[in-house]
Design a protein around this ligand. Structure first.
Ligand SMILES: Cc1ncc(COP(=O)(O)O)c(C=O)c1O
Length: 381
């Protein structure tokens, strides 16, 4: 076999191992008309008329694309207006936008920490952060998921120039969250740089929907807050905000993810802008979403399903087996309901699960259909 052929044979071997272990992934066309318990469009704003109108207006005014990176001519008035809106909403002074949350995390974690620093991260931190830290030269230690006593033991031991602590607010795959008030106290005591990824808290938590930090009253203690526009806000893109201008100036000067990439398209900025207005104005939607989540959670626990305890819109049913997760996901798909099967490496081996991602438009009738199907599955197995 030539080296050229060896390359393709290596790929084929890897792919067959994935198939054998139920870990093979493929992009499936997502049909319309199914009950969607898989997306992160928690408030169904992706298709809201005002959000579509925001996208349309920005496109007509500024074009389909931004045309350049932000430091050239890509940063338009629609981006500035969005940034101002986010800063006012989240009570932060400085910020910048990114094309995706993945890129925002890559930028923050590859540029802010330096060689003699230490990063302490929750064990289940999102892949965009873990991957960046795994490839970096900075020392990176994980503390047990949500275990702030473990974090404090690690904080007591450290002898580094700067210590960073990073957590998600609502964990994307577990739906649970840390006690941010406790974290704020630890920050006061140990003086670390606190980075919070609010991807799944925004729109659902907080009096104005600004996220879990707002709900727990600790937003001003967070040094660097990251949020996405592609989940509850129904658009795409992300922001990094802070009360310290140095953070934003430094990233603007160093982050290739920002400097060397065509900037967020105007429609995404316009859509997100309108979505924030809707989130602030409509607290009923997030209250009803959280109530529905509690109803579903209680009923599933009663049936004997193994849930991760929380009150959030992300409801993971832990199955411990990738094959079973896939079979269950297919069963629901055949019944017209999309529920994601979450497998390694998204979650650790043995923690495979079905992840129900609730949204505010789900009706009481749909909830009872879903529960009946869960009951039926239970009686079959
Ligand atoms: C916690 C968290 N951070 C960041 C991201 C990445 O955001 P985006 O989808 O905008 O790239 C995700 C996406 O799933 C996430 O769950």
């Amino acid at each position: 076999m030539t080296n050229y052929e060896l390359f393709y044979s290596r790929l084929q071997k890897d792919l067959s191992t994935r198939r054998e272990n139920n870990l093979y992934r493929e992009t499936r066309l997502s049909p319309e008309g199914l009950i969607d318990l898989s997306s992160n469009d928690y408030l169904q704003l992706r298709t809201h008329p005002a959000v579509l109108e925001g996208a349309r207006k920005a496109t007509e005014t500024y074009g389909a694309g931004s045309g350049a990176s932000p430091l050239l001519t890509g940063f338009k008035p629609c981006h500035q207006a969005l940034l101002d809106k986010i800063l006012a909403w989240k009570s932060k002074k400085f910020g910048m936008l990114f094309n995706t949350g993945f890129m925002a995390n890559q930028a923050v974690f590859s540029h802010l920490p330096q060689k003699n620093d230490l990063i302490l991260a929750d064990r289940l931190i999102h892949h965009s952060i873990a991957q960046t830290l795994n490839h970096s030269k900075v020392r990176f230690k994980r503390y047990l998921h949500l275990d702030l006593e473990h974090l404090e033991r690690e904080l007591k031991k450290t002898q580094y120039d700067t210590v960073f602590v990073v957590t998600e607010s609502i964990f994307s795959m577990d739906g649970d969250y840390p006690d941010l008030k406790h974290l704020a106290k630890l920050k006061e005591k140990y003086g670390f740089v606190w980075i919070l990824d609010e991807a799944h808290g925004v729109g659902v938590y907080g009096a104005s929907g600004a996220g879990l930090a707002e709900e727990m009253g600790v937003g001003s203690m967070v040094d660097v807050m990251i949020g996405t526009l592609g989940k509850a806000l129904g658009s795409m893109g992300a922001y990094v905000i802070s009360d310290r201008s140095e953070i934003i100036e430094f990233l603007t000067n160093t982050a290739g993810e920002y400097i060397f990439s065509t900037f967020l398209c105007p429609s995404a900025a316009g859509a997100a802008h309108s979505a924030i207005d809707l989130v602030i104005a409509d607290s009923d939607k997030r209250h009803s979403l959280r109530e529905k989540s509690l109803v579903l959670r209680q009923a599933l626990v009663k049936m004997g399903y193994n849930l991760i305890e929380s009150d959030s819109q992300i409801i993971p049913i832990v199955l411990n087996d990738a094959g079973q997760a896939l079979r269950m996901s297919d069963y629901f798909y055949d019944e017209g309901i999309q529920i994601g099967a979450i497998r390694f490496p998204t979650v650790p081996k043995g923690k495979e699960r079905l992840r129900l991602s609730l949204h505010s438009a789900i009706s009481t009738e749909q909830i009872s259909i879903i529960l009946k199907l869960f009951q039926k599955w239970k009686s079959k197995t």
